[in-house]
Design a binder for this molecule. Structure first.
Ligand SMILES: Nc1ncnc2c1ncn2[C@@H]1O[C@H](COP(=O)(O)OP(=O)(O)O)[C@@H](O)[C@H]1O
Ligand SMILES: Cc1cn([C@H]2C[C@H](O)[C@@H](COP(=O)(O)O)O2)c(=O)[nH]c1=O
Length: 218
């Protein structure tokens, strides 16, 4: 049975790498995929991984009907044995419904990749719709880690290394503290305490950054 699968995780946990591996393994066996993306850091019409691999992709525009795009491609004699949609958190809920239609009406597997929550730990609308519709939600196996060593489950937006909680939901960027606006993956405790690696280093006297057993002794 064809499926809509949502591969989800924090930033920097290997989603795009897995998307490229799925593409590689299928195309190596003669299958032809259709790859969608939106606002990849590498630029328009690109699907890129931090491991250095990149491939061309169809850049999804506002209000674009991705179901109609696939049907149009097929009706012109093109092939689409599977569909990959990276940065799926940036797609509109209607576009996720259209991807589900690709599975149900065209019988094509759709593999969607994206972060579930934004820097405020609120669901992206596209990710919410994927959680609602996907046949399976797969959490990536490679754990991104918080600075404290715990599994990172949340995405923080940083300015100069400090976590911020105000701003637009969508700001394309990287987990790179050399940028003015950047991102950092954190465990829930440090996300809720707004303790990034930089603020932990700067605030050694803050109770927020003491180890749990030290806190319990105070
Ligand atoms: N220099 C490196 N050596 C080995 N692995 C790396 C290196 N740089 C990045 N990675 C791996 O790539 C992952 C990020 O992959 P990517 O597909 O770009 O993530 P995502 O799409 O989830 O943001 C990191 O979690 C790490 O496992
Ligand atoms: C948390 C968060 C992230 N973004 C942006 C930043 C990146 O451009 C992408 C995530 O890409 P990745 O391949 O998963 O690293 O999303 C955003 O716009 N808003 C946010 O709150």
């Amino acid at each position: 049975m064809p499926e809509l699968v949502f591969f989800s995780g924090t930033m920097d946990c290997g989603k795009s790498t897995l998307a490229l591996q799925i593409e590689h393994n299928r195309s190596a066996r003669g299958l032809q995929g259709m790859i969608f993306t939106r606002d990849d850091r590498a630029g328009e019409g690109k699907l890129s991984s931090r491991l250095g691999l990149v491939t061309d992709a169809v850049e999804v525009e506002d209000d674009q009907d991705v179901y109609a795009y696939v049907v149009d491609h097929l009706s012109k004699g093109g092939r689409a044995d599977y569909v990959i949609a990276d940065e799926a958190q940036f797609l509109a809920p209607e576009q996720i419904d259209q991807l589900a239609r690709v599975v149900d009406d065209l019988g094509i597997d759709v593999f969607a990749f994206g972060i579930t929550t934004d820097f405020r730990s609120k669901l992206f609308p596209g990710s919410q719709r994927l959680v609602e519709l996907a046949d399976r939600v797969e959490v990536l196996q490679v754990e991104a880690l918080c600075w404290c060593g715990a599994r990172a489950t949340h995405n923080a937006r940083t300015i100069g290394g400090r976590m911020v909680v105000e701003g637009a939901q969508v700001v394309v960027g990287d987990v790179d503290q050399s940028e003015d606006i950047g991102y950092e993956v954190l465990c829930r405790r440090h996300h809720s305490r707004r303790t990034t690696a930089a603020s932990a280093r700067a605030g050694v006297l803050s109770p927020d950054v003491l180890p749990v057993d030290a806190v319990s002794r105070t």
